[in-house]
Write a protein that binds this ligand. Structure first.
Ligand SMILES: NC(=O)c1ccc[n+]([C@@H]2O[C@H](COP(=O)([O-])OP(=O)(O)OC[C@H]3O[C@@H](n4cnc5c(N)ncnc54)[C@H](O)[C@@H]3O)[C@@H](O)[C@H]2O)c1
Ligand SMILES: O=C(O)C(=O)C[C@]1(C(=O)O)C=C[C@@H](O)C=C1
Length: 324
């Protein structure tokens, strides 16, 4: 199905808003792209990057005449934004969002959506640890899932149109219930972020000598946590404030499982540890087969062989063996 909107309004123009602007323009999905944000510096950055056609600090001006409006701010800003723009939304328009939580969005935005406007919350499961307008790139959504959580009374043709929009940007789309979304994302995205923030925070609290050694030797498991823990603080504050129940439910299960591992380590239960690690390795492999990750080691770094060290790193006192 070919999709083209007359006017696409993006409220908030960080990583996700700018990626939508770039992908929608590349695929010719909107005649006009209007961009609105809160701060003039961000708006000027978006203008310098040529992300849209209309730039305004007035969200009402951005949404006037728009047949697709997408909220791309941190979730905590939604209530204020919808109260501001509700009166300017056009009958027949689709109102959507990209927030990482969904039940809260339905709760705070839903009641303000005027009659005749189709409210279809959305969440592209695609992102990076970077934020701001210059962080966006048009391929961000390619091959990634986008979840939509339309209410039952939204016209099917409007849902199909929004599905077509995301598919044209390269996403696979699945519709589900908002509460179910929040439970699934709590364990696949929110808890992993909480764990990363926690482990990096623990390192930051270590006494100085140990902390500097962790940084020095960080080309280890720790490094992969630091990428996630560098994610936007405001966005993630809002995720944990607005998906509290699902996060606490999944955190409870996580802590129970962690105690099982703690016990296995304490009692030296090798078979239990090995069985667990074999199961998780298989999960990683199934994510790679599903095309949601590559098998390349050291993600984000060159994969050529490292240069040979000028001198042997370890000098063995006694030769022999094949483990040098
Ligand atoms: N970063 C990710 O990996 C990711 C992935 C999927 C979905 N999301 C969701 O997308 C949304 C945006 O995230 P992002 O990564 O693009 O964040 P970002 O920080 O890069 O951008 C947010 C933008 O919103 C603007 N903004 C903040 N408050 C505003 C307000 N009251 N009015 C107008 N503009 C305002 C900011 O100035 C900024 O331009 C969030 O709701 C987040 O949950 C993020
Ligand atoms: O890869 C990353 O940097 C992300 O954290 C992206 C990620 C995720 O957890 O998968 C983060 C938040 C979202 O709402 C969707 C995607």
């Amino acid at each position: 199905m070919s999709v083209k909107f007359r006017k696409l309004a993006l409220i908030g123009i960080g990583l996700i808003g700018s990626s939508i602007a770039l992908a929608a323009r590349r695929q010719g999905l909107a005649e006009v792209i209007a961009i609105s944000t809160r701060k003039s510096e961000t708006l000027e950055e978006a203008r310098a990057l040529n992300l849209g056609d209309i730039y305004t600090l007035d969200a009402v001006e951005a949404v006037r005449g728009a047949d697709l409006v997408i909220l791309c701010t941190p979730v905590g800003a939604y209530e204020g934004v919808i109260k501001t723009i509700a009166g300017a939304l056009e009958p027949g328009a689709i109102l959507s969002d990209v927030g990482s939580v969904k039940a809260h969005v339905v709760k705070v935005v839903g009641p303000h959506v005027p009659e005749g406007v189709s409210f279809i919350p959305g969440h592209p499961i695609a992102g990076t640890e970077h934020s701001g307008p210059s962080a966006g790139f048009p391929e961000l959504f390619a091959g990634r899932w986008c979840v939509l959580t339309p209410a039952a009374d939204v016209p099917a043709a409007q849902v199909d149109k929004l599905v077509g929009f995301w598919e044209a940007m390269g996403s696979h789309v699945e519709c589900m219930d908002a509460a179910h979304h929040d439970m699934v994302l709590a364990i696949t995205s929110h808890i992993p972020h909480l764990i990363a923030y926690n482990i990096v925070g623990t390192v930051a609290d270590l006494e100085t000598a140990t902390q500097s050694e962790v940084i020095k030797f960080s080309a280890s498991g720790f490094r992969d946590f630091t990428r996630i823990a560098a994610s936007d603080p405001v966005m993630w504050r809002d995720v944990f404030l607005t998906n509290k129940e699902a996060v606490l439910e999944m955190l409870g299960r996580f802590l129970e499982d962690l105690s099982v591992l703690q016990r296995a380590v304490r009692t030296g239960d090798g078979p239990a540890l090995e069985a667990m690690f074999a199961r998780t390795r298989a999960i990683r492999r199934s994510i790679i087969s599903a095309g949601q990750e590559t098998a390349a080691a050291d993600f984000g770094r060159p994969h050529e062989a490292p240069p040979a060290p000028a001198a042997p790193l370890f000098v063995r006192e006694h030769g022999g063996g094949d483990d040098a």
